[in-house]
Design a binder for this molecule. Structure first.
Ligand code: CDP
Length: 357
């Protein structure tokens, strides 16, 4: 009887302790968000009157917890993740189609339309990269620049440009005042064929405007997913021939659909559920194979600032929304945040210090 009474009392005491702790945490989280709103108002940012009804408190609290500690690179975690990626996807040798990895007669299987294949003939083969696309040794630092609105007013340009290898997504604008926030250096830039359709008339008419728009990327590689969907192939080949005919210094290369397929399977095996990987996570994954330090900028698929809570546009240059039918950017972000806290890569959220590092 005594033992039963003692047991009951212990349960009651433990229960009340847990409830108090739970309410304290909830209250603390709310107070934290209120505090951030207050800071935002004091800083009189773009939209200081934000009520933050759209803010996702869970992500804000997660981010502020992770960012309350200084980031530290963790060699073991990085090596483990990199070797997993390398053995499953072999991005260093296979991400880009070359004449060595895809000889005449090979069969390409489109990663977006499994039933579509293409047998490589001499003409297509002649458009493939001749040498190995990447320098033999691992790059020291890589910056992968996503297009998120968080880059606006970030002053991250110098820091981005200080990386040895800079990757950008979807031909983003860099001139006309964006330089300070996004930098000017590019070693590899992707181009989704939808841009070629929407902005350059699918390259069916005059092509000078397209060639001129490529100037800001200098001699970088222009990476096109030519064999992901059937309609990507002719427009990507037109981009290739346009660059050749106009003698533009940019170097067009094609994504290997086999690599994209194995990368999709890799992320699925990690628990990421998405119809298609976004360009940003594809490039971050490739960078992890190419470089010993990977820094991500412009990755923040939410409509409010993580630290000041003011409203943000989807891109730093416009507010065109992502296609949620295909991409699951918030879920991808969660994985990237995990890699950040494991010291595998560094996700830069918010402003960079003036003058760079
Ligand atoms: O082609 P896609 O729709 O994937 O991308 P985008 O809008 O051109 O942006 C390039 C990449 O930046 C995306 O693939 C995302 O990984 C990242 N991004 C982000 O994290 N948050 C945003 N608000 C916008 C883009």
């Amino acid at each position: 009887m005594k033992a039963q009474l003692f047991f009951l009392m212990t349960i009651l005491v433990l229960g009340s302790l847990l409830t108090t702790h739970f309410w304290y945490k909830l209250d603390n989280n709310d107070r934290h968000v209120e505090h951030l709103q207050h800071v935002a108002q004091r800083k009189s940012l773009q939209k200081p009157s934000v009520t933050c009804k759209d803010c996702n408190k869970e992500i804000i609290n997660k981010v502020s917890k992770i960012y309350s500690e200084a980031w530290e690179r963790k060699e073991d975690n990085y090596n483990k993740f990199r070797s997993q990626l390398g053995s499953r996807c072999q991005g260093f040798d296979k991400a880009i189609i070359t004449q060595a990895n895809t000889p005449v007669g090979s069969k390409l299987v489109y990663d977006g339309e499994k039933k579509r294949t293409l047998q490589v003939n001499q003409e297509i083969f002649s458009t493939f990269a001749k040498g190995h696309p990447f320098s033999n040794k691992t790059q020291q630092t890589c910056a992968v620049v996503g297009n998120g609105g968080i880059l606006g007013n970030s002053s991250c340009g110098k820091m981005i440009d200080s990386a040895q290898f800079v990757i950008r997504c979807n031909l983003p604008p860099m001139a006309n005042g964006y330089e300070e926030d996004v930098g000017v250096k590019t070693d590899l830039v992707t181009a989704n064929p939808s841009i070629l359709f929407d902005k350059y008339g699918a390259l069916m008419g005059r092509r000078r405007k397209f060639v001129e728009s490529l100037r800001s990327y200098g001699t970088s590689m222009l990476l096109l997913p030519a064999f992901s969907y059937g309609h990507n192939t002719p427009v990507s080949l037109r981009a290739f021939y346009t660059v050749e005919d106009f003698e533009s210094p940019i170097r067009p290369v094609f994504f290997n659909p086999g690599y994209l397929q194995s990368l999709a399977l890799f992320w699925r095996s990690q628990g990421l559920k998405t119809v298609r990987l976004s360009t940003g996570i594809i490039m971050a994954s490739l960078a992890l194979e190419l470089c010993s330090e990977v820094h991500l900028y412009g990755f923040w698929p939410f409509s409010f600032h993580p630290h000041y809570l003011h409203a943000l546009t989807n891109h730093y240059y416009d507010n065109v929304q992502a296609k949620t039918k295909f991409h699951a950017m918030p879920a991808e972000f969660d994985f990237l945040l995990r890699l950040h806290s494991q010291g595998v890569l560094r996700l830069h959220l918010g402003d960079c210090e003036p003058g760079g590092k």
